[in-house]
Design a protein around this ligand. Structure first.
Ligand SMILES: Cc1cc2nc3c(=O)[nH]c(=O)nc-3n(C[C@H](O)[C@H](O)[C@H](O)COP(=O)(O)O)c2cc1C
Length: 348
């Protein structure tokens, strides 16, 4: 059905098409059955101690203000991450700010954390209990005087509803945000967060979402601090503001974060490096260019226990989850693998 609608949808500005998708999803009209696959038991896995049906998640940024997560669960995702949510509502950067690079199977966005803000988001989460495992991705307001405090405000409120919380330090579209990757700044952030969660008896698992543009030398201390401050997971990765040389799309030089196919190998390489040093103590969630069973398989083999996607759903519609699952199942069956977890890290 999506292939019939796609020519019309792609005539719209990408952000307008996205807003239309969110509005439609509020009606929750698609029957769940059409997204079912056979033999899904082979994909059964766990996320922070909870059993889920499969390791394919929706990445942050699609349902930024937690408006339609229960409709999205019907597409067959094993888990969903909403956000990025900031304490105060935020408009983001001037439009246009999302660009399709069709031949490259990629997007560039410079949205800048547009979202309805903590109060409205938590109202929605309170009103409509998630029907699946739900993460909430949080970040600071652009004009905030104390960004660490913004993370704390979000953690305090969101921990009432979320199954996990992602500390997003990696959007390229909030000036200075990625400075949180610096050694002292990161240590300070994670130490303050841990002290805060301890003091407030908050036990929600925390994940850290990192940039694909970090230097090799930064990996060691990022892992050291994650272990020291009991971060449960690392999401590798956010979009890149590099890697434009090989692109052919008209918009290849737009400022913003690049996602989709051209991010795939960059994120896979980083996952492998993290996997080698993490030694199983922290869960890796792999993101970037997951669009097929094979690309999911490669990311799992690189060391990711769980996966997320965004851009491939823009290009292929909601059926993408079913397609990835069916293709992945057929690869696993061919290789006589009994459960998807057996392949994690076997290619790193
Ligand atoms: C339009 C758009 C908006 C995004 N917004 C966010 C966001 O608010 N927070 C975040 O952590 N990541 C955001 N991302 C990044 C995605 O979560 C993901 O890390 C990235 O797109 C790579 O995955 P993909 O190649 O499957 O798209 C956004 C991505 C896109 C394309």
């Amino acid at each position: 059905m999506y292939s019939l609608l796609k020519p019309f949808i792609f005539k719209l500005d990408p952000e307008m098409a996205h807003d239309f998708a969110i509005k439609s999803l509020k009606y929750n009209f698609l029957p769940e059955d059409i997204f079912k696959v056979e033999n899904e038991e082979i994909l059964k896995t766990e996320i922070f101690g909870t059993k889920i049906k499969n390791p394919i998640g929706l990445a942050a940024g699609f349902d930024k203000s937690a408006e339609v997560y229960n409709s999205l669960f019907r597409f067959g995702f094993g888990f969903i991450e909403v956000g990025t949510v900031t304490p105060k509502e935020q408009f983001g950067n001037p439009k246009p700010r999302v660009f399709r690079l069709e031949n490259d199977h990629a997007l560039i966005n410079r949205l800048g954390f547009n979202n309805d803000g903590l109060e409205r988001v938590s109202k929605r989460l309170r009103k409509s209990s998630p029907t699946g495992f739900l993460g909430v991705n949080i970040g600071p307001n652009k004009d905030s005087e104390n960004r660490i405090d913004d993370y704390l405000k979000c953690i305090k409120e969101i921990s009432n509803f979320a199954n996990y919380i992602t500390i997003n330090i990696s959007s390229p579209n909030t000036p200075g945000l990625r400075d949180f990757h610096n050694q002292n700044t990161l240590k300070d952030l994670l130490r303050t967060i841990t002290e805060f969660t301890k003091k407030n008896s908050i036990q929600t698992p925390l994940t850290l979402k990192v940039s694909p543009d970090i230097a090799e030398g930064e990996i060691g201390y990022i892992i050291e601090f994650m272990k020291k401050f009991k971060i449960s997971g690392v999401i590798i990765s956010n979009t890149t503001d590099k890697n434009r040389e090989s692109l052919s799309g008209l918009h290849k030089n737009e400022v913003g974060g690049l996602s989709g196919e051209p991010l795939k190998n960059l994120s896979n390489k980083l996952i492998k490096k993290f996997y080698k040093e993490i030694k199983g103590e922290i869960t890796i969630i792999g993101v970037g260019g997951v669009s097929s069973g094979l690309s999911a398989y490669e990311k799992l083999k690189s060391g990711a226990s769980l996966l997320q996607l965004y851009t491939s759903m823009v290009y292929e519609g909601p059926g993408i989850v079913k397609k990835i699952k069916a293709e992945l199942i057929s690869i696993l069956v061919k290789e006589k693998i009994k459960n998807v977890r057996e392949i994690i890290g076997t290619g790193s």
